[in-house]
Design a protein around this ligand. Structure first.
Ligand SMILES: Nc1nc2c(ncn2[C@@H]2O[C@H](COP(=O)(O)OP(=O)(O)OP(=O)(O)O)[C@@H](O)[C@H]2O)c(=O)[nH]1
Ligand SMILES: [Mg+2]
Length: 430
């Protein structure tokens, strides 16, 4: 019985060899990316038992790495007993097949995207998340696993083969097309629903703030500390896949909507961005952003750069932003603070040093958030036509210090309103 359990455990944590290439002068970046790949593998339940890297300007069309290196990979897998090789760059279906054929032992080959999708598959809990993951897997992973029926059944629930929830990834070629069409249709329906919710929030006039940033930066922990949202947070990558929104009352009385979002990572494949567009769009819909980073990470500046580049690609850059340098409780080197100030001021942003874990700095963060939310807020004097009750309730919802006077020529309203409200009621200002 005990032996059986051990055997099962061994199957659970699978030994893997990580593989990458790097251009001249790019070794450090390559190794940093491989460290991250190791963390992704750990999140998926695997263990690194070896690494194979090669200096070459671009991927080999047949094997990704050179034919000499393929031999080295095969030997490393054999010597370490690895059952899995994970490439840090995208492989085509035919490259995967060719590499597997070259291996002396039984090795499954996957790439970074398959691994990320595998983690997403384990994380997706909302209907939308599950649809997005399954669709992305059918389009990306399935063609790469095609024709490996026997190997797959041997692997069972192995890394790279898991579908969303408890289900296995469907890889029957005949049924794939209809499944894709069905999922696309379902997703359109769910997205419509999300857009309806977004439009309602838009109409409410309440300032919307998205919490964005690199994976594992502490976004969900921060959201929980501010709002008791009770979101799952852990020291693994991509703990959050589905966005969560909560109302948050700032110290000066301004109400805002906070949304916790999926984390970013370097080399996030383009097709993944496309597949998760509607989830990632939370940042696009927001009025203001909190960009959270793990200040205790040696590469926090790199993480910020990746985050800002992705925001730009999504079309969410240039919004009023509060930079949140998190995990200040475990800062080893105080010199970093100067660098953080520089990054935030270069980007023209406000910033806050906090620990979402201990609560340190959160009061100041809230004050700065309130300043940002109230930027452009001013007194408005409006004259509404009699009977414009719906307009009045909108003003009560979104404005502050609303005072109303019923006059002969209409309803006279005085209030404090933000830029959005000013835009919407420009025609009624007196
Ligand atoms: N020391 C320290 N750890 C923190 C702090 N904030 C978060 N953490 C830890 O960092 C890890 C990641 O936190 P999450 O809140 O899940 O991070 P996230 O940004 O939501 O990550 P993803 O959802 O995976 O993108 C967890 O183990 C947290 O306990 C902090 O201020 N200090
Ligand atoms: Mg999270």
């Amino acid at each position: 019985m005990e032996e059986k359990l051990q055997e099962n455990n061994q199957q659970e944590t699978r030994g893997a060899v990580l593989v990458s290439i790097y251009p001249q002068g790019g070794e450090a970046d390559c190794l940093a990316s491989l460290d991250e790949l190791a963390r992704l593998l750990d999140t998926a339940g695997g263990t690194v038992v070896g690494k194979v890297t090669q200096l070459r300007p671009s991927a080999d069309s047949r094997f990704g790495i050179g034919s000499g290196k393929i031999q080295e990979l095969s030997d490393t897998c054999k010597n370490t007993g690895a059952q899995l090789a994970v490439f840090d760059f995208e492989l085509t279906p035919s490259q995967i097949r060719a590499i597997e054929d070259e291996m002396e032992t039984d090795v499954s080959v996957i790439d970074r995207s398959i691994l990320i999708l595998d983690i997403f598959a384990g994380r997706a809990s909302s209907a939308e998340g599950r649809l997005q993951v399954e669709l992305a897997q059918l389009k990306y992973t399935a063609p790469r696993l095609m024709g490996k029926g026997k190997a797959l059944s041997r692997l069972g629930g192995g890394i790279g083969t898991r579908g969303p929830g408890e289900s296995k990834l469907e890889i029957d070629r005949r049924r794939m097309k209809t499944r894709v069409l069905h999922l696309e249709e379902e997703l359109r329906r769910v997205e419509k629903n999300r857009n309806t919710i977004r439009s309602a929030r838009e109409r409410s006039g309440i300032c919307k703030c998205a919490i964005v940033g690199y994976t594992n930066a502490g976004k969900s922990t921060l959201m929980n500390a501010l709002t008791d949202a009770g979101i799952f947070a852990e020291d693994k990558l991509f703990a959050t896949l589905d966005p969560t929104t909560r109302q948050y009352m700032l110290p000066g009385g301004t109400k805002i909507l906070l949304t916790d979002t999926v984390g970013f990572i370097r080399n996030l494949p383009h097709h993944l961005i496309k597949a998760f567009k509607s989830t990632l769009d939370e940042a696009v819909w927001a009025d203001i952003l909190m960009i959270v980073c793990d200040a205790s990470d040696g590469d926090f500046a790199g993480h910020l750069a990746v985050t800002e580049k992705l925001l730009e690609e999504l079309g969410a850059a240039g919004k009023p932003t509060l930079y949140v340098f998190n995990k200040c409780d475990s800062l080893e080197n105080e010199d970093k603070i100067a660098e953080m100030r520089r990054i935030a001021s270069d980007a023209n942003g406000a910033f806050a040093f906090v620990s979402a874990k201990t609560g340190e700095g959160l009061d100041l963060l809230s004050q700065k958030l309130e300043q940002l939310a109230n930027q452009g807020r001013r007194e408005m004097h409006l004259l509404l036509p009699a009977g414009a009750g719906d307009k009045l309730s909108e003003l009560y919802g979104a404005g502050e210090n609303v005072q109303v006077e019923y006059r002969d020529d209409g309803i006279y309203v005085m209030l404090l309103g933000d830029k959005k409200l000013q835009g919407r009621f420009a025609g009624y200002e007196v």
